[in-house]
Design a protein around this ligand. Structure first.
Ligand code: DAH
Length: 294
């Protein structure tokens, strides 16, 4: 432009602008054309099948322990029992003293019990919920109490933290026959119809008389197998009639009231019902194990 005369310059400028606009228009229309060709090509190539299943989502599920607690609770609720809970840190008095467990009993040793301080322990059993319920509610009582318990134990078959479920029934004229009838009903609902239940004489400070409870092995139906160590029977827990001393500690008149109680290990129930080989599986959070209970 520098070489042009003064008169020629504006004309030339106008011409350049006109050409520039023409070129820009041509570029952008070509661009639009190419873009729409590309889109058409893409639509032809890609097919979207809306009937295909979407990506699979992982679902959470109840832990087998929780599941077994719910199953047991549902069966017992069906015959008039309701659920009570208690604290994990329990008064020494409720965990031992009121349950007639004497000061020199081995379970009161520091080797067996986690002490919080002089008067509090991590509860070693769910039985203290018996005391709490009898002290706070008027009989007749029909309660079950599931929960976590703690003991200084750690080997292949013992975990320092495991679960129990307690049952307490208080009424007038309660006998061992009521206890056995209730457990027998429960076992047949929980494991399988027709399974027999048996009592073996035993000792617990808080029941008198006391009995160990066995049921016919649900895996082999009593024939003998690996689960029941060829005996045909599986031990599921302890039981008995509430000791009058316990009634006295809990403020109930033992001349007026009678009752039965039993306590089962929840892991044990799950192991037997679902044929689980190792108690440690419950705490490992291995999704391959847990997802089998979905
Ligand atoms: N609390 C006992 C334990 O941990 C189990 C037990 C036995 C509970 C007899 C009971 C019972 O209610 O009557 O070994």
């Amino acid at each position: 432009m520098g070489k042009l005369s003064k008169e020629e310059r504006p004309k030339f400028g106008q011409l350049v602008n006109k050409k520039k606009q023409e070129l820009e228009k041509a570029y952008s229309s070509k661009e639009d054309e190419l873009k729409s060709e590309e889109l058409n090509e893409q639509i032809k190539k890609e097919k979207l099948d809306l009937s295909l299943p979407g990506p699979k989502r992982l679902h959470g599920a109840r832990h087998p322990i929780d599941r077994v607690i719910n199953e047991i609770s549902d069966i017992m609720k069906g015959i008039g029992y309701s659920v009570r809970l208690g604290p994990l840190i329990e008064k020494d008095r409720n965990n031992f003293e009121a349950l007639n467990i004497p000061a020199d009993h081995p379970s009161r040793d520091e080797q067996d019990t986690f002490y919080i301080d002089e008067t509090h322990v991590l509860r070693t059993q769910t039985s203290p919920i018996q005391i709490r319920t009898m002290e706070n509610e008027k009989p007749p009582l029909r309660i079950i109490a599931p929960g976590s318990v703690f003991r200084c134990d750690n080997d292949i078959s013992h975990s320092p933290n495991f679960y129990q479920i307690e049952c307490l029934m208080v009424d007038k004229k309660v006998s061992m026959a009521d206890l056995k009838g209730t457990i027998s009903y429960f076992v047949q609902r929980f494991f399988a119809k027709g399974l027999k239940t048996r009592f073996r004489p035993s000792y617990f400070p808080f029941t008198e008389p006391s009995a160990e409870v066995d049921c016919q092995c649900p895996i082999c139906k009593g024939k003998g197998c690996g689960m029941c160590k060829q005996s045909g029977w599986i031990e599921i827990g302890g039981s008995g009639l509430v000791n009058p001393i316990v009634f006295e500690h809990a403020g109930l008149d033992p001349k007026k009231w009678q009752g039965f109680a039993f306590g089962f290990g929840v892991e044990r129930m799950a192991i037997v019902k679902y044929g689980i080989s190792d108690i440690r599986l419950f705490n490992e959070n291995d999704i391959r194990f847990l997802s089998q209970f979905n």
